[in-house]
Design a protein around this ligand. Structure first.
Ligand SMILES: Nc1ncnc2c1ncn2[C@@H]1O[C@H](COP(=O)(O)OP(=O)(O)O)[C@@H](O)[C@H]1O
Ligand SMILES: [Mg+2]
Length: 350
């Protein structure tokens, strides 16, 4: 697979009178053409900051500096002038966010909002642009697009609003769609429909997707590859089946155990990871996860582990081999392999 986005050593620093913080530390990952990559981690892990840094959206914040590289089809994004970056956003990379209803203008019809996006990105006559709006609405699975185009956001469901936002994001035919918690505000059934839509768009357009979520269940349903983020660092990455089958970082195993399963025995309770993600100013020495980690030893409290390759995975854990061998999940790949599998059946106690 050819790489569309290559991120190398991405670091986001935040400076204030009281603090010099690294909100994101040395993150490196790739997204291939037509690949769906999920970035997973609890709230406060640094997922949104990573996405915003890549898209040049942190530039107006004078307290933040971005270091490292982010190349889109070989072109360095972090060095682009603001005008060039604006061209990239919208035409080559689009982003959608968590709250679909809030992201739309309440007093403008859905069709007019999609039309504005089309006009910004494409020439053509008025009738051509209007046809394009209807095509876009239909392509994101909105039935009766002519009628829906005339409606206002409050007249349709949250799922419909998210579809409309995806239509807006597609107006410039981007190669990469960054979706930041796109289904968090939606109920489970609608969530599954939106995730299916993202996969279909990938198939039809060979579009790449970076799907940001706090929910490993969403990653399992949707992604080809998974990136796990904790306290500003990528702690593990690899193909979805490997990540779920034998996670090499105890944090990954903890996230998997927190996913509810419909087919699990009733007696099996969800195991949440005790504690919470430390704020950037309060990160402990050594591995940032060690106070919550069941495998932590003395070394973990003093030395920060660097990323290491184990088979198809890369994990930043001193005890990655033990973690892998003690966390074997019965993963069953579903039809289509890749990420389209079922969730892991059980987890050996750490
Ligand atoms: N504008 C900002 N200024 C300072 N710190 C921020 C800002 N936005 C986010 N942070 C901090 O950066 C960390 C990561 O935030 P974020 O990327 O939003 O996490 P996530 O998307 O994984 O929930 C958090 O500790 C948060 O407090
Ligand atoms: Mg976020």
């Amino acid at each position: 697979m050819t790489e569309l986005l290559e991120v190398e050593g991405l670091t986001v620093k935040f400076e204030s009178a009281a603090h010099h913080l690294e909100l994101v530390r040395d993150a490196s990952f790739e997204i291939g053409t037509g690949e769906v990559v999920a970035m997973v981690g609890e709230s406060g892990s640094g997922k949104s900051i990573t996405a915003r840094a890549i898209l040049g959206l942190l530039r107006r914040n004078h307290r933040m500096t971005v270091e490292g590289n982010a190349r889109l089809a070989g072109r360095e994004l972090l060095a682009l002038a603001e005008a060039e970056m604006r061209e990239v956003r919208g035409r080559r990379v689009s982003m959608i966010f968590q709250d679909p209803v809030g992201a739309l203008d309440p007093v403008v019809s859905i069709g007019a909002q999609v039309l504005e996006a089309v006009r910004r990105r494409r020439s053509g006559t008025r009738p051509e642009q209007r046809r394009r709006v209807i095509e876009l609405l239909a392509s994101v699975g909105i039935t009766d697009p002519e009628l829906r185009a005339k409606q206002f956001p409050h007249e349709v469901s949250g799922g419909m609003c998210q579809r409309a936002l995806i239509a807006i994001a597609l107006a410039g035919s981007p190669e990469l769609l960054i979706a930041d918690e796109p289904t968090t505000a939606l109920d489970v059934t609608v969530q599954a429909q939106v995730l299916d839509l993202l996969k279909r768009l990938r198939d039809e357009r060979q579009m790449s997707v970076l799907l940001i979520t706090h929910d490993m269940g969403v990653a399992a349903q949707t992604a080809d590859r998974v990136l796990i983020m904790y306290a500003g660092s990528l702690v593990e990455q690899g193909p979805t089946a490997d990540i779920f089958g034998h996670p090499c970082h105890p944090y990954t195993g903890g996230l998997i155990s927190a996913v509810p399963r419909v087919d699990a025995p009733r007696s099996r309770r969800l195991v949440a990871i005790p504690g919470s993600v430390p704020e950037a100013a309060d990160r402990p020495a050594g591995c940032a996860f060690h106070p919550r980690c069941p495998l932590a030893d003395d070394r973990c409290a003093t030395a920060m582990p660097g990323p290491r390759r184990l088979g198809n995975q890369i994990a930043a854990c001193h005890r990655a081999e033990e973690a892998r061998d003690s966390q074997v999940h019965r993963w069953q790949a579903g039809p289509g392999g890749g990420g389209a599998g079922r969730l892991p059946e059980e987890r050996a106690a750490l």
